[in-house]
Design a protein around this ligand. Structure first.
Ligand code: EPU
Length: 340
């Protein structure tokens, strides 16, 4: 056996919510070969409940996990191809996302600067098509290298096959639990970078600076620092809910009653509404409920003030969902992966 099985391991430091929950078995893997060995071991031991953990920044454990947690620590950044304009990099799923962004900025590779400071790992990024400040990972991913859990064979999933959508992909939907992400391949620019400054606060920050990918990253970092709590200081998983899409006709009706409601069209007939606004309008922003609460600068972020259990955060989330529905008739759905 090239791996170590640990028992009753606390997951508190392995998830950014920092809630107390344990894993019955815990194995960290650093290569595809090791992962295949672990899956075979789990079969032999009749362990059917397996959870693949990356940076733990988008998961909330409601109770102790009665199964095997596999921490994916496959590392490495490899250049697959390059010409004078572009480079293709293949990156291990276990690489820290922000460290990878910094690596690219250092080399002047453009495309992911707007995604600076997003917690989590590279392998988790395609799962929910991470996005921020006008950019989504789907814009730069070419292929995803995965292990098919059933056949234990390596497969490549193309960008189109990933069926990326808003905070969604095949890995969260029809292929849920089918694959384990091993590497992600990115196509990035080496010059003539396409800069995305559509987000107001980035545009404002760049008025006094030269528009470079490095300065965009700096602006993003300062915006995030001002709005979002640092999970190292206050446990959280970023936005708890997705921004809901509703019929534009419903939005227009609501707007008459709530003129400051924030939303923007996503198609001819639908509008995406800012869930943070809805939650704030229901009075939750900055409210502390036991060990949890909705953050004071961004109501969409639910936090753990210290000793919250997963259940407590989830109960708050359900209360918030209910009040948003009762006030506006809009259902908000979690972005966070709830494991219960
Ligand atoms: N707003 C409020 N009150 C709040 C929070 C927000 O009124 O408490 C309003 C803001 O004033 C603004 C609008 O809602 O007009 C949108 O707010 P913001 O720009 O902060 O973005 P968001 O829609 O709340 C999304 C992503 C974030 C991403 C930002 C920036 C989702 C679920 N969240 O948040 O992603 O960083 O846009 O692009 O789509 C994450 O997924 O974990 C995450 C942090």
């Amino acid at each position: 056996m090239t791996f170590q099985v640990r028992n009753n391991i606390s997951l508190q430091n392995y998830t950014t919510f920092g809630v107390a929950a344990t894993a019955q078995n815990f194995i960290e893997i650093t290569s595809t070969e090791q992962l295949i060995e672990v899956l075979t071991f789990a079969e032999q031991e009749n362990i059917h409940s397996i959870f693949i953990l990356g940076g733990g920044s988008n998961v909330l454990f409601l109770k102790d996990f009665d199964g095997l947690v596999i921490k994916n620590s496959i590392k490495g950044i490899e250049k697959v191809k390059e010409d004078e304009n572009e480079v293709i990099l293949s990156v291990g799923a276990g690489e820290n996302w922000h460290q990878f962004v910094l690596f690219c900025l250092e080399k002047n590779y453009g495309g992911i600067e707007n995604l600076s400071l997003i917690p989590g790992t590279v392998g988790a990024a395609p799962m929910q098509n991470i996005g921020a400040y006008g950019v989504e990972i789907k814009n730069v991913v070419t292929n995803v290298k995965v292990l098919n859990r059933k056949t234990k064979k390596v497969e490549w999933i193309s960008n189109a096959e990933c069926k990326f959508g808003y905070r969604s992909s095949i890995f969260k939907n029809e292929a849920k639990d089918k694959y384990i992400i091993l590497e992600v391949e990115f196509k990035l620019t080496k010059q003539n970078h396409t800069l995305n400054t559509s987000y107001g606060a980035i545009k404002d920050a760049l008025e006094t600076q030269i528009a470079t990918i490095q300065n965009i990253s700096k602006a993003v970092i300062s915006i995030r620092d001002s709005k979002l709590p640092n999970p190292k200081e206050i446990g959280n998983g970023g936005s708890f809910f997705k921004n809901p899409e509703i019929a534009t006709s419903q939005f227009e009706t609501l707007k008459k009653e709530f003129p400051t409601m924030v939303g923007y069209p996503v198609s001819d007939t639908t509008t995406k509404v800012a869930a943070g606004w809805l939650i704030e309008a229901c009075g939750w922003k900055g409210k502390v409920v036991g060990n949890t609460g909705a953050h004071k600068n961004q109501a969409l972020v639910l936090v753990n003030y210290g000793n919250a259990k997963g259940e407590e955060i989830w109960n708050l989330a359900k209360e918030i969902q209910k009040s948003v529905y009762n006030t506006f008739g809009i259902k908000i759905e979690p972005e966070i992966n709830i494991i219960g």
